[in-house]
Design a protein around this ligand. Structure first.
Ligand SMILES: CC(C)(COP(=O)(O)OP(=O)(O)OC[C@H]1O[C@@H](n2cnc3c(N)ncnc32)[C@H](O)[C@@H]1OP(=O)(O)O)[C@@H](O)C(=O)NCCC(=O)NCCS
Length: 201
């Protein structure tokens, strides 16, 4: 069942090295069932594999979902994808948006085929992959999705550029907010409690 949208609270951007601890915390928050679906194991691996690149979804400042891409050595142009969204946020379209964004990054890096593996009863991932046009095959309890990608175009480059620009501006706004709060707490400003203060005024 589809749940209510997150009313603009979700922010998406590419993960970088500074997000490593937050990614591990997100994986730990998946809990038993979603963690098992993600890693085919009862416990979170002590050192989860590091993706080649990943896109994350932040809600109220906390990383709640990731879509990750792993290179397949010896298979240029192909890569494996994995995704996880914390259970309270399932079924609200976050997986879809994460996959949209991962696909743009993958196309821009010359990847023409994405593979995904999950248990055959993983209806959410299989539904998600099907909606993107993936071919699904099932063998020995495991489903394998293959998603063929179009080559990069000026539009996919523009989308990635736009996303990077948005990431820079959101970091700048967050920094500005921290200054505002710090200055307000130090008692040097008037009106900061209204959120109207900017340090350069
Ligand atoms: C797979 C996963 C990332 C999807 O994320 P999500 O945010 O729930 O995805 P969306 O909300 O975009 O929904 C995607 C599709 O799931 C299906 N779906 C949604 N709710 C469902 C439910 N209750 N039961 C079955 N399918 C459901 C639908 O097909 C939906 O597509 P729709 O929009 O056409 O209805 C997430 O469920 C998850 O983290 N699962 C645990 C980890 C995992 O299994 N990872 C995959 C292995 S790597």
């Amino acid at each position: 069942m589809r749940r209510p949208p997150l009313a603009g609270r979700a922010r998406f951007r590419r993960l970088d090295a500074r997000d490593r601890a937050e990614r591990l915390a997100h994986l730990a928050r998946l809990g038993r069932e979603a963690g098992r679906a993600r890693f085919f194991a009862e416990r979170l691996p002590s050192r989860p594999p590091e993706p080649t690149f990943a896109v994350g979804c932040w809600i109220d400042g906390r990383l709640r979902g990731v879509a990750e891409l792993y290179d397949l050595p010896g298979h240029p142009g192909r890569a494996e994808l994995a995704a996880s969204v914390e259970p309270p946020f399932h079924g609200r379209g976050l997986g879809t948006i994460l996959l949209d964004r991962l696909i743009v990054l993958a196309r821009n890096r010359g990847i023409r085929s994405l593979l995904a593996f999950c248990a055959e009863d993983n209806a959410r991932l299989i539904g998600l992959l099907r909606r993107f046009g993936a071919r699904i095959t099932v063998a020995d309890g495991e489903a394998r999705g293959t998603l063929d990608l179009l080559p990069a175009t000026p539009a996919t480059w523009a989308l990635e550029g736009l996303e990077q620009w948005q990431a820079i501006t959101s970091r700048a706004f967050a920094l500005q907010r921290r200054w505002t709060i710090a200055l307000a707490r130090s008692g040097t400003t008037v009106g900061a409690e209204l959120g109207a203060f900017t340090p350069w005024r």
